[in-house]
Design a protein around this ligand. Structure first.
Ligand code: LP5
Ligand code: MN
Length: 237
C-alpha cells in the first residue's frame, strides 16, 4: 500500500520540462499508489478557475485519469495557488484538503501542511497572508478582469522576490515552536510539509519527525510511504 506526497511543482507553461516530468510521474509511478497528496504550490500561481486554458485543462485531465484509475487525489492549497477552486478540483477528480489536515498512515496520525504558516518569523508574509486569505478580498480580486488579475499577480511575484532578497535565512524557514505546536495540537509524531524548498527527513526529539518535500526544478521529489516507512525520492527532471 503506497501513499505519495508531492508539493511545490510550480507548474507553468514556461517550464514544459517540469510538466513533462509530472505527466510521466502520473503515468509511471502514481497508478500503483492508493493515494496521492498534493501539498500546495502545485501551480506557479492561480488567479481563478475561470482563467483555465489548454495547459490547465491538460493537467486536470491527467489527474482525472489517475483518479478514474482508482487513486484518490487530495489537493491542498499553497501560498501561490490558494485560489484553486471547486471547478478545477471537479475537473481533476481531486478532493480539497484543508491546511492543516491529519491523516492516518499505518494507523498513526500524520499532520499535513503546506508549510507557509509555520514560518512565523516572516512577519511581513504572515501579515500579507492574512490579507490575501480574507474571503472578501478574494471575492473582490476574482471580480476583476482577467488581465488585471494577471498583472496584479505578476506584481505580487516581483514584490515577493525582491522582499526575499532582504529577508534573513531563519525567517525563510519554519520555526521549531510552530512545528511542536502543530504536532502537539494533533497528537501526532509526524509532520509533512513543503514550501521551504529544503527537502529532508528531520528526526526530532521524542521520536517526532518533520518531513520536508522538495520543489521541482532541476530535480523532482516524491515522498512515498509504504509498509517499510517513508522514502523521500529524488529524480532528474
Ligand atoms: O512563494 P515564494 O516562495 O516565492 O514566496 C513566499 C511568500 N510570497 C508569497 C507571494 C506569492 O509569491 C505571490 C503569488 C501570487 C498569487 C496569485 C493570486 C493573487 C491573489 C491576491 C488577492 C486575493 O506568498 C513570501 C515568503 C516566502 O514564501 C517564504 O516563506 O517570504 O512572502 C512575501 O514575499 C510577502 C512579503 O513579505 C510582503 C509582500 C508585500 C506585498 C505588497 C503588495 C504591494 C502591492 C503590489 C501590487 C498588487
Ligand atoms: Mn509555498
Amino acid at each position: 500500500m503506497r501513499s505519495l506526497f508531492i508539493s511545490d511543482l510550480h507548474l507553468t507553461p514556461g517550464r514544459p520540462d517540469i510538466t513533462r516530468a509530472f505527466l510521466r510521474f502520473l503515468e509511471q509511478d502514481a497508478p500503483t499508489a492508493r493515494q496521492l497528496y498534493i501539498l500546495g504550490d502545485f501551480f506557479e500561481y492561480w488567479i481563478g478557475d475561470d482563467v483555465m486554458d489548454e495547459f490547465h485543462l491538460q493537467i486536470a485531465g491527467a489527474l482525472r485519469r489517475l483518479s478514474e484509475h482508482g487513486v484518490s487525489i487530495s489537493f491542498m492549497h499553497g501560498n501561490r495557488d490558494f485560489l484553486v477552486g471547486e471547478r478545477f478540483c471537479q475537473l481533476a477528480g481531486c478532493t480539497a484538503l484543508p491546511d492543516p489536515s491529519v491523516i492516518l498512515l499505518a494507523k498513526e496520525p500524520v499532520v499535513l501542511m503546506h508549510g507557509d504558516s509555520l514560518c512565523t518569523l516572516d512577519t511581513s508574509y504572515i501579515r500579507f497572508r492574512k490579507v490575501v486569505r480574507n474571503p472578501l478580498i478574494q471575492k473582490l480580486f476574482l471580480s476583476f478582469p482577467k488581465r488585471m488579475r494577471r498583472k496584479l499577480a505578476d506584481r505580487l511575484r516581483e514584490k515577493s522576490m525582491s522582499a526575499a532578497r532582504e529577508k534573513t535565512e531563519p525567517s525563510m524557514d519554519v520555526t521549531p515552536e510552530a512545528v511542536t505546536d502543530a504536532l502537539t495540537q494533533y497528537q501526532s509524531k509526524t509532520l509533512i510539509h513543503g514550501h521551504t524548498h529544503k527537502p529532508a527527513i528531520h528526526d526530532l526529539e521524542d521520536g517526532q519527525q518533520r518531513i520536508v518535500l522538495g520543489d521541482w526544478d532541476t530535480y523532482g521529489w516524491v515522498l512515498e510511504h509504504n509498509p517499510n516507512g517513508f522514502d523521500l525520492k529524488k529524480f532528474t527532471i
